[in-house]
Design a protein around this ligand. Structure first.
Ligand code: HEC
Length: 155
């Protein structure tokens, strides 16, 4: 498990010289704010869906490699829809996606500051290419039963 966690360590955790890190910190702060505002805007009733989003411009085949190389699958699942948060169907337009991933406002998701936009463009194209076919967990009777039991025995 420890080894697995080591593997999950992200480029953003690397240390930087102080003056530069202050500058990056500021830029990161502004960008994070922009990302949060973006997420807030998207969580409204008119949140974008794959149908209304403009088509991606990246290379999905390369993006698949990045999805594995950057360990996105570890938290989001191999099909990007069986993990913490479904990425399929995608609700971010391309630019917002890149901003979000580089400046993740979520404590449980690393900010991929050092990953260039070109790679994230490919990653985005890959995620957009994945068919939404994961089963809704609520439709599995045994899983519902286990969840209900677990909820009942919570300490
Ligand atoms: C260590 C775990 C972890 C890793 C690794 C990770 N994420 Fe996340 N991600 C999260 C969590 C947690 C959330 C927020 C879940 C929620 O709000 O319910 C999230 C949310 C997202 C969202 C927002 C989804 C939405 O609709 O709100 C996107 C997009 C995203 N991640 C993309 C990626 C990409 C691309 C990668 C790989 C480059 C990645 N994530 C790697 C944990 C992770």
């Amino acid at each position: 498990m420890r080894r697995a966690m080591e593997n999950l360590r992200m480029p953003s955790r690397q240390s930087r010289p102080n003056a530069r890190s202050a500058l990056f910190g500021f830029i990161g702060g502004v960008a994070t704010l922009a990302a949060i505002v973006g997420v807030a805007a998207l969580s409204g009733p008119q949140r974008a869906t794959a149908q209304t989003l403009p088509p991606p411009t990246g290379d999905a085949a390369k993006g698949k490699e990045y999805f594995l190389a950057y360990h996105c699958y570890a938290c989001h699942g191999y099909t990007a829809q069986t993990g913490l948060r479904r990425l399929v169907p995608m609700r971010f337009p391309q630019e917002a996606f890149i901003g979000f991933v580089q400046n993740s406002p979520i404590p449980d998701m690393p900010a991929y500051r050092d990953v260039p936009a070109a790679k994230l463009t490919d990653l985005y194209a890959y995620i957009r290419s994945i068919p939404a076919d994961a089963q809704d967990p609520g439709s599995i009777p045994l899983l519902n039963e286990i969840r209900a039991r677990a909820a009942g025995t919570k300490r």
